[in-house]
Design a protein around this ligand. Structure first.
Ligand SMILES: Nc1ncnc2c1ncn2[C@@H]1O[C@H](COP(=O)(O)OP(=O)(O)OP(=O)(O)O)[C@@H](O)[C@H]1O
Ligand SMILES: [Mg+2]
Length: 520
């Protein structure tokens, strides 16, 4: 419940303890609801403000006498909300106790001890001295202790009572404050925790979080979506997440890879055909649009469709009607389209390879999935995720990656993106056999060799694909190697590369290259 250990560190508590000691020569201590003493009074090195208590605690049974007082008072405190002046084990020696209650429940008590009332006579003090000697204190020590014990005046006692209750109140409000903060941290961390995942997508990078929040925003919409991204970046996962968080979630989600069919076959696949419309059409066939009616159709690789297919797709999107192959009457359909491509449709439009009207019709909402090399933070998270998945599937105990293996995987640019990473982890789990730790020796050669050559800057640059992508790869390699060489000193590297420091920082941020520490 209450964190008693930290109470002594609380400034206001030690301040009040100091005041009580200085003004009244008394000690302040506190216990939990079971009477366990949480202040340092039982420690051998504690420096007492009250000489009487020092003598008591140094005597053979002093601790036991104190424990007896505490036990009695804790029992009493549980059923009161008032400050209590109590008589201790030693005759005429008194203390003040006040309960600490959290939400009405007894959590512990604060004590101020020891003193005698100013009305105590010299006979009373003599009696006390005798009791002390009887309990094992030397006559000399008992005499000094009794001489020095605080004689409390009524007004002083009121003060002490007030200060005692103040300490208890401070403890409760400190506890409340901590609890409130812990609740806030809990709430915040669960919020952050959720951002590691969206539907089946894993990733904690800022770029993925931006994708999650975009997907969340469009989750009530029925608009068409175009997903752009390199191979293996998770376009199909996004399409599924869109469907399963949409108002159509209870209806069908169907995916079709437009590049897997020639035009005629795709036509019949999407729109169906009537019996006899071509050789082999031995009976009527429902198309995917009809099957997906009410749901979502995912048109993968839409950049690979012919212009004539694009016309047909535009018609379904605009009018909600289509003509099955060989049919004479159009059919009506209500399907939401989510399309994906790894091609640059704008460039294709400029070359006349993709219809502009269709582009604008499908690109109502655009989701641009960044390649894995631009979201470095996701690599360790995805590695752990796939590792656990593979180990579970194979019925093996959970393995871990050796630091060197992790570093190699963080350095590699993953041209095949998440799919390539997933396959690599699968391979590693198989090759590791019964080894618990996955070392770098089992990594695919291309990953081991990455950056290891004498001319790392030129190794592995794609000589195919767009010039822009190749230049980007070169830039990444030069900066990564340069950072290592310059010991991550960006000013030095910026000078070497002859670019501004700010521009280097932006590039490092863009490609997520400053994250080596995280691999450790
Ligand atoms: N963020 C992610 N979290 C977990 N798994 C992912 C993530 N992104 C991709 N994957 C996995 O990587 C593989 C490739 O994903 P997906 O098929 O969705 O990519 P894609 O962009 O459609 O690729 P392609 O263009 O090659 O068709 C799948 O096995 C998928 O489960
Ligand atoms: Mg795909």
């Amino acid at each position: 419940m209450i964190n008693w250990q930290d109470m002594g560190k609380l400034h206001v508590i030690s301040k009040l303890e100091g005041i009580l000691g200085k003004w009244f020569d008394v000690e302040m201590f506190y216990t939990d609801a079971h009477g366990k003493l949480w202040s340092d009074h039982a420690s051998k090195t504690y420096s007492f403000k009250s000489h009487f208590m020092k003598v008591q605690m140094q005597s053979a049974y002093g601790h036991d006498f104190l424990a007896e007082d505490i036990e009695k008072m804790v029992e009493k405190m549980a059923s009161t909300n008032e400050v209590v002046v109590y008589e201790s084990f030693f005759k005429h020696v008194k203390g003040v106790a006040f309960p600490v209650k959290v939400d009405g429940e007894f959590a512990g008590a604060v004590f101020v001890y020891p003193f005698v009332l100013d009305t105590a006579t010299s006979a009373d003090v003599e009696m006390l001295k005798a009791q002390m000697i009887e309990c094992g204190t030397t006559p000399a020590d008992a005499a000094v202790a009794c001489e020095k014990i605080k004689k409390m005046w009524p007004r002083e006692l009121e003060y002490v009572k007030e200060l005692t209750s103040l300490v208890a109140e401070e403890m409760v409000s400190f506890h409340d404050e901590i609890t409130k903060r812990e609740d806030q941290i809990q709430a915040l961390s669960s919020e952050v925790g959720e951002k590691y995942r969206y539907h089946a997508m894993i990733g904690k990078s800022k770029k993925m979080q931006a994708i999650y929040s975009l997907l969340e925003k469009i989750s009530n919409s029925e608009s068409s979506v175009l997903i752009n991204g390199e191979n293996g970046t998770g376009k199909e996962l996004v399409a599924k997440a869109i469907h399963f968080y949409s108002p159509r979630k209870d209806k069908m989600f169907l995916a079709v890879n437009c590049s897997a069919f020639n035009d005629n076959l795709l036509d019949s696949e999407l729109f169906g055909h009537v019996k006899g419309s071509f050789t082999g059409a031995v009976k009527d066939k429902k198309g995917l649009f009809e099957t997906a009616n009410g749901g979502t159709l995912f048109l993968d690789e839409i950049g690979d469709t012919t212009l004539s297919m694009q016309v047909k797709l535009l018609r379904v999107l605009q009018e909600g009607t289509y003509l099955p192959v060989g049919a004479t009457a159009p059919k009506k359909v209500d399907v939401r389209i989510v399309a994906a491509t790894n091609k640059n449709l704008k460039e294709m439009m400029a070359k006349g390879e993709f219809r502009e009207d269709l582009y604008y019709r499908i690109n109502v909402i655009n989701v641009a999935l960044p390649p894995l090399r631009e979201r470095h933070d996701d690599i360790p998270v995805l590695m752990d995720y796939f590792l656990k998945k593979r180990c579970d599937e194979a019925g093996k105990a959970l393995k871990t990656f050796a630091k060197k293996c992790m570093e190699k995987m963080l350095d590699y640019p993953w041209p095949g993106n998440v799919r390539e990473l997933e396959n690599e982890v699968e391979r590693l789990v198989v090759l590791a056999g019964d080894e618990k730790m996955i070392g770098p020796e089992n990594l695919s050669p291309r990953i081991i060799d990455w950056g290891a050559s004498a001319e790392p800057a030129f190794k592995g640059v794609n000589t195919e694909g767009t010039l822009r992508d190749a230049l980007e790869q070169l830039e990444i390699m030069m900066i990564r190697e340069g950072l290592k060489r310059c010991n991550f000193n960006k000013s030095k590297l910026a000078k070497e590369l002859d670019i501004s420091r700010a521009s280097l920082i932006m590039k490092v941020e863009k490609y997520g290259l400053d994250k080596r520490a995280k691999a450790a």
